[in-house]
Structure formats: structure tokens, C-alpha cells
Design a protein around this ligand. Structure first.
Ligand code: SF4
Ligand code: FES
Length: 247
């Protein structure tokens, strides 16, 4: 395949950025999107040019690092992570525009890399659960209904990639936060701090500059782990209950 790539280049957070155009030949349909960028970077380095900075770690759809806006869609045309996206989703002769996540709360570090540490601070603000340390307790000593355990398990698959924020016209992190709130709120172990947790996480979310949710639903459409929109209902319900308690 022969491609035209329009890639956002930006030296650092305070420097102005711009799209630059690169022609790339010899791309196989079996390559992953990140392997295609590796080929581009080898070519650029061979020509004495600066390679394109982009984030990645596991390349297995687990870590959530590979945050790229591809042709205006978070993680591109498939519902998956960028590292699991393959070039067979594109055609010979295509022009592909590649940008970093767009959100005030995710400042650009360089080129396609953004700083997603705001997510870490939201998680930190939620604190710990009240579980005793020591040897593992007997598994059946804290019964959890199967439907709640399965829901907690399913929403715990959120990898913190930030695609929900990038896709949301409001730049809201409500789907991410709702996944974490629901994950812990469904289980007995998460009950002691359930309501203080939601208050603290929402306060940190707003402090970081993420926007509010207006139920548009772009977040769940873009989510590579298919986190459902109703986790935001759970988040709002827990927040309302916390306010009734005066928290
Ligand atoms: S909710 Fe989905 S899109 Fe948002 S951070 Fe988690 S895995 Fe990524
Ligand atoms: S590099 Fe880890 S999810 Fe893509």
C-alpha cells in the first residue's frame, strides 16, 4: 500500500503545532497501525529527520497507552485500540490524518503523545477500599451476587485509554469515572467508601478541567472495551445519594 500521512508535529507543550505530510510506500495490510508508524520512523531516521513521537507499551490492547486520533476518530475506524488496528482497515492510496487526543485535560507532550496523568489523579482521589491486609481471605467469606460480580468484572476492563474523553464533544471523563465507580460500587468490599469516593472523584475530575456529561454517547461508541453508558447513570445516582447524605 502507498499512503499519504498527515501527522501532527509539535515540539513541546508550549510550541505551536502543525500537520505535516509524509508519503509512505510498502505498507502491508497485515501490519498494525503502530507498525506502520514504526516503518515511517525508520524512514525518517534514515533521512536524518526527527521520528514521530507516539505513545505505546503493551501493543496488545491492555495498557491503554496508544492514544491516537485517526481521521477524526479515537483509535480510528474500528472499535479497538490503535495497537490492535490493522492496515487492512485502510485502502491503497488513502490519506490518513493522525492527531493526538484533543482535550484541555490531556496536554500535548510532544507530537502525538499527551499527558494522561489527570486520570491517575482521579483514581488517587478515590482512595483505597477498606480491605484488611494479610493472607488472602477464604473466597466465600464475602458473598457477592453473580450478576453484580459479573458487572463489576466487565466494567473493570476499562484500560484508562482516554478515547472516551477524546470522542466526547464536552471532553468529559464520565465514562472512565463511571467505570471505576461502578466497578467498586457493585462489590461488598467497595461499600464503606462508596459515597465519599464518588464525591472526591467528581471533584478531581472537574478540577482537572474535564467537561460535564450531556448524554451524547460518543464515549461508549469509541470505547475499545465497550464500557456501557449506564455506568454514568450509576455515577450520577451515587453522587445524588452522597449529596442527600450531606457529603
Ligand atoms: S471507559 Fe473505555 S474509552 Fe474510556 S478510558 Fe476506559 S477503556 Fe478507554
Ligand atoms: S499499546 Fe497498550 S493498549 Fe495499545
Amino acid at each position: 500500500m502507498r499512503l499519504t500521512l498527515k501527522i501532527w508535529r509539535q515540539e513541546n507543550a508550549s510550541a505551536p503545532g502543525a500537520l505535516q505530510t509524509y508519503d509512505l510506500d510498502g505498507v502491508s495490510a497485515d501490519m498494525s497501525f503502530l507498525e506502520m508508524l514504526d516503518v515511517l520512523n525508520e524512514k525518517l531516521q534514515g533521512e536524518g529527520q526527527e521520528p514521530v513521537a507516539f505513545d505505546h507499551d503493551c501493543r496488545e490492547g491492555i495498557c491503554g497507552a496508544c492514544s491516537l486520533m485517526i481521521n477524526g476518530e479515537a483509535h480510528g475506524p474500528e472499535v479497538t485500540t490503535t495497537c490492535q488496528l490493522h492496515m487492512r482497515s485502510f485502502n491503497d492510496g488513502d490519506t490518513i490524518t493522525i492527531e493526538p487526543w484533543r482535550s484541555d485535560a490531556f496536554p500535548v507532550v510532544r507530537d502525538l503523545i499527551v499527558d494522561r496523568s489527570a486520570f491517575d489523579r482521579i483514581i488517587q482521589s478515590g482512595g483505597f477500599i477498606s480491605a484488611n491486609t494479610g493472607s488472602a481471605p477464604e473466597a466465600n467469606s464475602v458473598p457477592a451476587p453473580r450478576d453484580k460480580a459479573m458487572r463489576a468484572f466487565n466494567v473493570a476492563t476499562c484500560i484508562g485509554c482516554g478515547a472516551c474523553v477524546a470522542a466526547c464533544p464536552n471532553g468529559s471523563a464520565s465514562l472512565f469515572m463511571g467505570a471505576k465507580i461502578t466497578h467498586l460500587g457493585e462489590l461488598p468490599q467497595g461499600q464503606p467508601e462508596r459515597y465519599s469516593r464518588v464525591v472526591d472523584m467528581v471533584a478531581q475530575h472537574d478540577h482537572e478541567g474535564f467537561g460535564g456529561c450531556t448524554n451524547i454517547g460518543e464515549c461508549t461508541s469509541a470505547c475499545p472495551k465497550e464500557i456501557p453508558l449506564d455506568v454514568i447513570s450509576q455515577l450520577n445516582k451515587d453522587l445524588r445519594d452522597a449529596m442527600r447524605m450531606g457529603l
